[in-house]
Design a protein around this ligand. Structure first.
Ligand SMILES: Nc1ncnc2c1ncn2[C@@H]1O[C@H](COP(=O)(O)OP(=O)(O)OP(=O)(O)O)[C@@H](O)[C@H]1O
Ligand SMILES: [Mg+2]
Length: 242
């Protein structure tokens, strides 16, 4: 569903991603981990088409992100790190923003889409008239996710979906990410630095170190990987969960 081939990226001549090559199967959840500044967000931006990689290609559902532009982007929903809602729009207008750009719907059709989408992220439809500033952090994340799925994409890209949330809310969002996959078969790529969270949600874990993908495999292999950076991350997370 996502195919990344020979991808390099440079900012002002400085290489931040190098020879990235991997794919994500339909319905799979892959998490990208790595040290700060390792290039995770840059990789997500290259995949979503927000930036054009210096070299290499990205295909989503067979569409080339660079060449097929809008057609490829329509297949993706982004959940940004800070939830990034439009503060001047109500919850309903935030969620319907993408769908309205794609297709005209009657008021009743919009209402149905809105209610279904809010239910999918386990929010009560009664919040649709509220403004983002009136919501808690966890609710904002859910609305961010609702906005990403409202256009019915085939792929969801998440940048740090649980950063800044307390452990209970983090757990609830993790369960929701898993539920999205189980109920709709959506393909997901998520950037995270929370090992415990990634172990709960992901089918495979990738590790980026100084712009190179040094590991990609199932959680069980990640836990016993021999790269010192991975071992350190795993040790820290085990200490935290004690
Ligand atoms: N727009 C930009 N212009 C120049 N350099 C950038 C830009 N965006 C990121 N960088 C640099 O590229 C490198 C990779 O950044 P990136 O944000 O992809 O890392 P990251 O793995 O997401 O880090 P973090 O865990 O802190 O979010 C960093 O050294 C960063 O300073
Ligand atoms: Mg980042």
């Amino acid at each position: 569903m996502i195919e990344v081939a020979g991808l390099d990226h440079e900012y002002d001549g400085r290489r931040v991603l190098s020879g990235i090559e991997f794919s994500v199967a339909p319905g799979e959840i892959v998490a990208v981990m790595g040290s700060s500044g390792g290039g995770k967000t840059t990789l997500l931006k290259c995949i979503s088409g927000l930036i054009t990689p210096t070299k290499g290609s990205v295909k989503v559902d067979g569409m080339n992100v660079e060449k097929d532009g809008e057609q490829a982007r329509q297949r993706m929903g982004m959940v940004f790190q800070s939830a990034a809602l439009f503060d001047f729009l109500s919850v309903a207008d935030n969620i319907l923003f993408g769908p309205r750009r794609l297709k005209r719907r009657s008021v009743t059709e919009e209402q149905t889409l809105l209610t279904d989408t809010l239910k999918a992220v386990e929010l009560d439809p009664s919040i649709s008239k509220q403004m983002p500033s009136e919501l808690s952090g966890g609710m904002r994340k859910r609305v961010g996710l609702a906005r990403a799925i409202a256009s019915q994409p085939k792929v969801l890209l998440y940048d740090e979906p649980t950063t800044g949330l307390d452990p209970i809310t983090t757990y609830a969002i993790d369960v929701l990410i898993r539920k999205m996959k189980d109920e709709t078969g959506i393909t997901s790529l998520l950037v995270s630095h929370d090992v415990n969270s990634v172990l709960r949600t992901s089918d495979r874990i990738a590790f980026l170190d100084a712009g190179k993908m040094v590991f990609l495999g199932p959680p069980a292999d990640f836990l016993k990987a021999d790269q010192p950076n991975i071992q350190e991350l795993v040790r820290k997370s085990q200490a935290q969960s004690l």
